[in-house]
Design a protein around this ligand. Structure first.
Ligand SMILES: [Fe+2]
Ligand SMILES: [Fe+2]
Length: 219
């Protein structure tokens, strides 16, 4: 698991992992919902291929990702149930919702590039978080799960980005990718703390006493 492989513009502090691992069932429940959403997203993208010349591996790539995510979902749900947890019926994911606000809707190929990049960003952030969880976890079974998922999600992050790179000229894609990485780093830092994959670390008591003034409040 090499952090250097990830292009993310915000680095999660290592102390995030022990803080979320303190509530393993809540974390597993959130994780299971994310796997379900990742599977649904790949199936949703499956027949959104660009016309008139879709990348040759489009359908194969999407079905492979969907299959992986369903497998991950089954493993996480099994672990959750065995430990006395239960999958909740509903689940909010403000991180993914905020990322989806960035999609250039109605703009043809650019819309598709954005959807692929957002998928790639979510996978890359999951990779980063799995690496931290795998290192911090004292529970052998959970540590094995997190370390095992790292490689799979890393493959997905590359797959989505490589598909985006086939849709528009390299310079255009590279510029948009940097913009998206910037947005993602802002969005992840705005997430609430808690036992979730896309949470932010609880502020230290000192920070909580003197919150940073938002740009709006400074006006
Ligand atoms: Fe997954
Ligand atoms: Fe994935």
């Amino acid at each position: 698991m090499r952090e250097a492989d990830l292009p993310l513009h915000y680095k999660t502090p290592a102390t995030w992992a022990p803080s979320v691992l303190a509530q393993p069932l809540e974390l597993l429940n959130d994780h299971a919902h994310l796997e379900k959403k990742a599977a649904a997203n790949a199936l949703e993208l499956l027949n959104r291929w660009p016309e008139p010349t879709p990348p040759e591996n489009w359908v194969a790539a999407m079905t492979a990702v969907a299959r992986d995510e369903v497998e991950h979902l089954a493993v996480v749900c099994r672990l959750l149930a065995r430990r006395g947890g239960r999958l909740t019926k509903s689940h909010a994911n403000p991180y993914a919702s905020a990322l989806h606000q960035l999609v250039r809707r109605g703009q043809g190929t650019s819309e598709l590039v954005d959807r692929l990049m957002i998928s790639s960003l979510i996978e890359a952030r999951s990779c980063e978080r799995f690496a931290l969880l795998g290192q911090a976890c004292n529970d052998t079974e959970l540590a094995k799960l997190y370390k095992g998922l790292w490689a799979s999600e890393h493959g997905h992050y590359r797959t989505f980005l490589q598909l985006a790179e086939q849709l528009q000229p390299a310079e255009q894609v590279a510029k948009r990718w940097q913009e998206m990485l910037d947005h993602e780093s802002q969005i992840i830092q705005r997430q609430p703390p808690g036992p979730r994959m896309h949470s932010i670390l609880n502020p230290s008591p000192q920070e909580a006493r003197s919150p940073r003034t938002s740009p709006e409040a400074q006006k």
